[in-house]
Unconditional design. Structure first.
Length: 494
């Protein structure tokens, strides 16, 4: 399918944008409206469930459902219902701008997506389009947005910005310098249209990776680089492809990232990466970064299987079952030839100045992470790198979101229990604990300082504080890094 022209959309005035935005708020076309559609046959690919979504939304009398059907799920609505949802004047404006088109039967459809996202509305191209289609917010965008710092950075760079989602979110939250860059000129133009639609000021520049911002530095760099493996002789959406394996573009982006970070800046990225035996992602990132003075952390959970990856990313732009069957086989053969048997779904965090560590942390789910959890972990890593005296004077506690339990296979209390920690949110993973670890965690949780925990643990062990000091410090450093412990900055050394 050919991309819809955007020249008329560029004519949207600020006053018209204000009126359209006010109407979208009035009829509650927000993420709750999308949630109604997402609740129908969840987990299935859109090609399978969209007919049911269309049917359910068309039977709902709410104006927001008509707008969701039209702008989120590529359905058709009658002109009468469209005018009721947007008002006749705004409906006429949408037709004039090319945001919607009329069919021979008088109904309207949209060649664009118009998605609500965290208080914004983002115009983008449908993912079924090929070529230079521009991506807007999706499920992974929400995952990454949850990880943004609670304190709004002064300057934010959105690399591969697509429709401008993260740069606009930063501007909406008060960043003084919100910049988006994309190699696709269409993306830059749509991002500028979205800035006007949302009444925000942001800068959008066309160019490859960091070339448009050469010489500038930022507090936060954020990106969702393309990460789908590019199979030979497969025509699919190029805006998804990250190279032969899928992670080459992301590695190139990350390697260049330190040069645009301020000394206290951070980079935050989301991608799916093939699991390569003997070459875990955090070490591939370290190799790509060379001797750049940054720390690398990867928070990962199992990604899609190669079979689902093949199905999901070849079905997007193919209309015939016969064509799909041939293409999905070629894609799957490509992954098999590369030896790819699994993928990881990962958040990558770069922290300068550093060079202290490269670490990979498996997490229960990326949905268990948020900006507070990431900030807490960064504080914990900071403390773990300090000298022994600072660590001994610090107040350390089990991280929020953990549940500790003694488990027995029988109610008989004479049976030795198994000690477990279960992670409900945050960086730590659920695990079994030794009796010694349980006792040490109890000492840490009840003492004002790590030094106090050393004294308590030494008494439990029948040893001197000097005898157990290094053991306790090693335990604290390890579990600060793994997210089981957190630095309580308001405590003794905070």
């Amino acid at each position: 399918m050919m991309l819809a022209p955007i020249d008329r959309l560029s004519l949207l005035s600020s006053a018209q944008a204000d009126a359209l935005r006010a109407r979208l708020v009035e009829v509650a076309y927000d993420e709750r409206a999308i949630a109604r559609g997402e609740s129908i046959a969840p987990g299935l690919f859109d090609a399978l469930r969209l007919p049911l979504v269309h049917d359910a939304l068309s039977l709902d009398d709410a104006p927001a459902s008509d707008l969701a059907l039209l702008f989120a799920y590529m359905g058709r609505v009658s002109l009468e219902r469209f005018e009721r949802a947007l008002t006749p004047a705004l409906s006429a404006l949408a037709l004039e701008l090319g945001l919607v088109t009329r069919g021979d039967d008088g109904s309207v459809a949209s060649p664009f997506l118009l998605m609500p996202f965290m208080g914004l509305w983002i115009i983008s191209d449908p993912l079924s389009q090929d070529g230079d289609a521009v991506m807007g917010p999706g499920p992974t965008t929400h995952e990454l947005a949850r990880l943004l710092p609670a304190r709004t950075p002064r300057s934010v760079l959105d690399v591969g910005c697509g429709a401008g989602t993260f740069a606009l979110l930063a501007a909406d939250r008060g960043s003084a310098e919100a910049v988006g860059v994309d190699i696709n000129p269409r993306a830059v133009e749509l991002a500028r249209i979205n800035a006007r639609l949302n009444g925000l000021s942001a800068e959008f520049l066309a160019g490859d990776l960091f070339a448009p911002v050469e010489g500038r530095r930022f507090d936060l760099v954020i990106s969702q680089p393309p990460f789908v493996a590019r199979a030979p002789e497969v025509d699919a959406a190029v805006f998804l492809h990250g190279g032969t394996y899928g992670d080459e573009l992301a590695l190139s982006l990350i390697a260049r990232c330190p040069r645009v970070l301020l000394p206290t800046g951070r980079a935050l990225m989301l991608l799916d990466a093939p699991v390569r035996p003997g070459a875990p992602l955090h070490l591939r990132l370290r190799e790509a970064l060379g001797d750049a003075p940054v720390d690398v952390a990867v928070f990962s959970t199992p990604g899609m299987s190669p079979d689902l990856m093949a199905v999901g990313y070849t079905a997007r732009s193919l209309e015939s079952l016969e064509g799909y069957a041939a293409t999905v086989r070629r894609y799957r053969h490509h992954l098999r030839a590369l030896g790819v048997t699994e993928f990881s779904h990962a958040i990558v965090l770069l922290l300068p100045p550093g060079g202290r560590f490269s670490i990979s942390l498996p997490v229960r789910s990326l949905s268990a992470l948020d900006g507070e959890a990431i900030e807490r972990w960064c504080d914990a890593i900071d403390l773990a790198s300090r000298d022994p005296d600072t660590l001994l004077a610090a107040t350390v506690r089990p991280a929020p979101g953990l549940v500790f339990a003694e488990e027995r296979a029988t109610p008989d209390r004479s049976v030795e229990p198994t000690w477990r920690v279960r992670s409900e949110r945050g960086v730590a993973v659920s695990r079994e604990l030794s009796e010694a670890s349980w006792a040490l965690l109890e000492a840490i949780a009840t003492q004002e300082t790590v030094a106090g925990a050393v004294e308590v643990y030494a008494e439990l062990c029948g040893a001197s504080a000097e005898d157990v000091r290094e053991q306790v410090l090693g335990f604290v450093r390890e579990h600060l890094a793994k997210g089981l412990l957190a630095w309580e900055r308001g405590g003794a050394s905070g």
